[in-house]
Write a protein that binds this ligand. Structure first.
Ligand SMILES: Cc1cc2nc3c(=O)[nH]c(=O)nc-3n(C[C@H](O)[C@H](O)[C@H](O)COP(=O)(O)OP(=O)(O)OC[C@H]3O[C@@H](n4cnc5c(N)ncnc54)[C@H](O)[C@@H]3O)c2cc1C
Length: 337
């Protein structure tokens, strides 16, 4: 989302921009899966209202009739599984999503951009003319004058470590990026027939960080399109210590445990889900940030720039806003005197 936002600002200013995305669709962690009649968001759950810049992207420039504000509130629970009403102030704020999935925003923002999908950048090479991008050793993709890296910091660090940079930039960049640490997170989608009982809330969040489940959402509450009639879909996000501990636990062993934990938490006699989907995010949300100002001050004069949630916190609107800000700084630096 950060890269898409930055690309539009740069393109508006007259730059020819090409994006490289390793997946077959845009959106990164703000994406949607469509399987067996279910439409669900395995990463970001909804978008909060941010600054006028990100709000105008969502409600004006890239507006879609599909946009929804999730009506029901988020309630909270503690390590003992005690559920109670959430913060009314936070619940009064918009919780934006799209009937057909959060991916709709990325798809809309991808329109009019030159995006090369299914293209993993393995390493880059700094030359006296700019930057060479490689898919693998000796597999040059293309050369560019400037390079903007919009990956989670650990992935950006790995890319830089694998790359050839002049001017002794590499150790300084790696040390700046190392300040951002990310939590892993396992997201489990559970499809039920019949639909679980209706609740006064759309989702539950664990506030004392003492539960193995950090978030549980009734995904079918987002829109009727999200689940076939008579079925319902719950999304359970597992807390980072639990997700780290179970990083290598096979799905077949993890699932029954998660299903039991969900049943116990909501005290509902659910059958075993007839549909399941597990997404493992190695870098889900940053627990500490890196300093973009110092890093970009160092690298921008060399034609290399960084943006993304590593520098601002793990939220879609923050990633978009950072892309807009950093693209603006790039344009200002390279504007003719
Ligand atoms: C489980 C989960 C729940 C979340 N919940 C919320 C929420 O409810 N609300 C909210 O606002 N935010 C939430 N977030 C955080 C939010 O999704 C992120 O902060 C935001 O989407 C980050 O955007 P980004 O552009 O910085 O990075 P990313 O989305 O990570 O984008 C980076 C892109 O680079 C691509 N890529 C990586 N390496 C390479 C490579 N070598 N070559 C080519 N392409 C590459 C990736 O495929 C990806 O598309 C959640 C995240 C997760 C994982």
């Amino acid at each position: 989302m950060s890269g898409l936002a930055a690309a539009h600002i740069l393109q508006d200013a007259g730059y020819a921009v090409t994006l490289f995305e390793q997946e077959h669709n845009p959106g990164g962690r703000a994406n949607t899966h469509k399987r067996d009649g279910f439409i669900f968001d395995p990463g970001a759950q909804y978008i909060k209202q941010g600054t006028p810049d990100s709000v105008s992207f969502i409600t004006d420039r890239f507006s879609l009739p599909d946009l929804i504000d999730i009506a029901k509130p988020v309630w909270i629970f503690d390590g003992a599984g005690h559920i109670q009403e959430g913060d009314p102030i936070q619940n009064a704020e918009p919780k934006w999503n799209y009937r057909h999935g959060l991916c709709m925003l990325a798809k809309r923002m991808g329109e009019g951009l030159d995006i090369r999908f299914e293209t993993h950048i393995a390493h880059v090479q700094q030359t006296h003319l700019g930057w060479n991008l490689y898919a693998a050793p000796d597999q040059l993709i293309r050369s560019f004058e400037y390079l903007l890296i919009t990956l989670p910091a650990p992935a950006a660090g790995a890319l830089i470590r694998a790359s050839h940079l002049t001017d002794d930039l590499r150790p300084q960049i790696c040390s700046a990026l190392a300040a951002a640490h990310y939590h892993p997170l396992i997201s489990v989608a559970l499809g039920y027939r019949p639909r679980p009982i209706n609740r006064p809330y759309y989702a539950l969040v664990n506030t004392d960080r003492q539960h193995a489940v950090s978030w549980l959402a009734w995904e079918h509450e987002k829109a009727p399109e999200r689940a076939p009639a008579d079925t319902g879909l719950l999304i359970a996000q597992l807390a980072s210590p639990y997700s780290a501990e179970h990083r290598d636990t096979p799905d077949a062993d993890l699932l029954p445990e998660v299903v039991e934990r969900v049943k116990t938490l909501i005290d509902e006699d659910l059958p075993f889900p007839f549909f399941t989907d597990i997404q493992r995010w190695p870098y889900a949300l940053p627990s500490s940030k890196a300093d973009a100002e110092n890093l970009n001050a160092l690298t921008m004069p060399h034609g290399l720039t960084f943006c993304g949630d590593a520098f601002v916190g793990g939220r879609v609107h923050l990633a978009i806003e950072h892309g807009i800000i950093v693209a603006g700084q790039f344009i200002a630096l390279h504007a003719p005197a």
